[in-house]
Design a protein around this ligand. Structure first.
Ligand SMILES: Cc1cc2nc3c(=O)[nH]c(=O)nc-3n(C[C@H](O)[C@H](O)[C@H](O)COP(=O)(O)OP(=O)(O)OC[C@H]3O[C@@H](n4cnc5c(N)ncnc54)[C@H](O)[C@@H]3O)c2cc1C
Length: 264
């Protein structure tokens, strides 16, 4: 089985965030990291390959330091990595992102058919959760989003997912190849072992440009963006905080606060 996992390099959300003049997240602070929710996608793919055999390719689109995101995937057990790097992709919206990722999945498929594309449930900086669906539309593949559990039957060539909805649990089955996004309930991502970290240094990261993928630069990046950020303002710090210092009765005071404010 050949599984492609899409992983995004995002700014560290624990650090203070700044916005550019045109309302986008300032990504030039050099504190990027692998989108935490994509670790669940890598874990799902690596576990499937451990169970059924095959290979995992981690794929990212982003600036130079986005290579850190695929490196982390390699440390977790992916076999190879692809980084789409091109000045023209800067400013891509979700449509442009999905177009480029789809072209890269097709190019990976040209070297041996792809059975499954796995993504995270959302990127922690954009939080749109639309890339998996757009990707499946571009590739003409079935999609099963927000999987809390993911199993594959390689003989029947099917993928089965469990989705936890508000009032029901849904089980969906799709034929392979398919696109699946996984939630943070799907698994507990492994922490890379020392051996995994050392092995990842020797694993290949292939870099492709838009020209390599046959993507027209005017379709993507700022030039091709179909959406525009009108405004972005940092959330003001909360002023209604109540700080309870524990002098031995913090539990009682917390309970009293909740009762007083009708929060319980
Ligand atoms: C006008 C405009 C300009 C923008 N400019 C930039 C920019 O310059 N740089 C930038 O990084 N973002 C930019 N963004 C944000 C960018 O469009 C979104 O982050 C991106 O399209 C994906 O949406 P999302 O992050 O909400 O992903 P979601 O749909 O929430 O992501 C779901 C999953 O898709 C996969 N995925 C998403 N993005 C990538 C990726 N790049 N590589 C691999 N896998 C991925 C991951 O598995 C992720 O968990 C811009 C947005 C707008 C509207």
């Amino acid at each position: 089985m050949k599984i492609v996992v899409c992983v995004k390099h995002v700014p560290d959300l624990q650090a203070e965030r700044r916005f550019t003049d045109d309302g986008r997240v300032d990504r030039g602070q050099g504190d990027g990291t692998l989108n935490e929710l994509d670790e669940n996608a890598v874990e799902a793919a690596v576990a499937l390959v451990e169970a059924h055999g095959g290979e995992v390719v981690v794929l990212t689109m982003g600036p130079e330091d986005a290579e850190d995101a695929v490196r982390r995937g390699l440390q977790m057990g992916a076999d190879t990595a692809v980084h789409v790097l091109d000045a023209a992709i800067e400013g891509s919206d979700a449509f442009g992102t999905a177009e480029v990722l789809a072209a890269a999945v097709r190019a990976i498929g040209a070297e041996g058919p792809v059975d499954l594309v796995v993504t995270g449930m959302a990127s922690l900086d954009g939080l749109m959760s639309v890339v998996p669906s757009l990707l499946s539309a571009h590739l003409g593949l079935p999609q099963a989003t927000l999987a809390a559990e993911l199993t594959v039957d390689p003989e029947a060539r099917t993928v089965r997912v469990r989705r936890e909805l508000d009032h029901a649990t849904e089980v969906l089955e799709a034929s392979l190849p398919a696109v699946v996004s996984v939630t943070d309930q799907a698994n507990e991502p492994r922490y890379p072992s020392f051996k995994g970290i050392m092995a990842a240094r020797k694993k290949p990261v292939v870099t492709w440009t838009l020209a390599d993928l046959g993507v027209d630069p005017s379709d993507v990046g700022e030039a091709g963006a179909r959406t525009r950020v009108l405004e972005a303002t940092p959330r003001p710090p909360r002023e209604d905080r109540v700080l309870i210092t524990d002098d031995g009765d913090a539990g009682l005071r917390l309970a009293a606060y909740l009762v007083e404010n009708r929060l319980v």
